[in-house]
Write a protein that binds this ligand. Sequence first.
Ligand SMILES: O=P(O)(O)O[C@H]1O[C@H](CO)[C@@H](O)[C@H]1O
Ligand SMILES: O=c1cc[nH]c(=O)[nH]1
Length: 237
Amino acid sequence: MTTPHNHAKPGDYAEAVLLPGDPLRAKWIAETFFEAPKLVNSVRNCLGYTGQWKGRPVSVQASGMGQPSLGIYVHELITVYGAKSLIRVGTCGGLNTDVKVRDVILAQGASTDSSIVKGRFGPYNFAPIADFGLLRSAADKADAKGLRFHAGNMLSSDIFYHENGFEGYDALPRHGVIGVEMEAATLYTLAARFGVKALTICTMTDCLITHEELSAEDRQSSLRDMVELALDVAVDA
Ligand SMILES: O=P(O)(O)O[C@H]1O[C@H](CO)[C@@H](O)[C@H]1O
Ligand SMILES: O=c1cc[nH]c(=O)[nH]1
């Protein structure tokens, strides 16, 4: 085993890696979109695959849920496996009624309640941001594909079941935060720390204001556009 969480060998991952939270989404992405997918990691069933998209190498590695879990996989992908472009492909909740279920959010920045990010910066409030080149590429490609998308500030929360529901997010929606997920801030912070590129792309699956949500069956199919967009961005990075 190369790390406690990954038995892939150095060289098994491409430089561009997609990061879904869900291991079964990683399997679905590899089996649905990759040419010649090869399983490279199955430790803890947190699956990782390498293959090709449009003839170019790409990998997918499940991150698990939350910043502690994503932090482990991303740290190892960068420092052990040489990942250079990391693109999270996630689901998120909506904090703004202009964002409709199935819309794609490009997380330009990632606000957070996590002590994992705060703890690194002493008195400073670090602003975790996406790589501008990946963000621009994703916005251009989403435009060309005619996707409904929004670029803006995401919340990466350590809490899924907020005690006070939408009200628990307090001033954030009033300051332009449009969605909530659980990983982007640590992805962006680690990418900054190690000088690599990162972007988070999410599909909005449940609106915390209107309570509109995608059914479990609709989720997978509604993620196709986001995954194809992320793959196009990844292999161009
Ligand atoms: O669908 P994924 O990528 O797992 O992302 C979202 O879904 C999980 C919570 O249900 C968290 O990981 C959150 O960030
Ligand atoms: O983290 C998440 C993901 C989807 N929906 C939410 O409300 N939160």
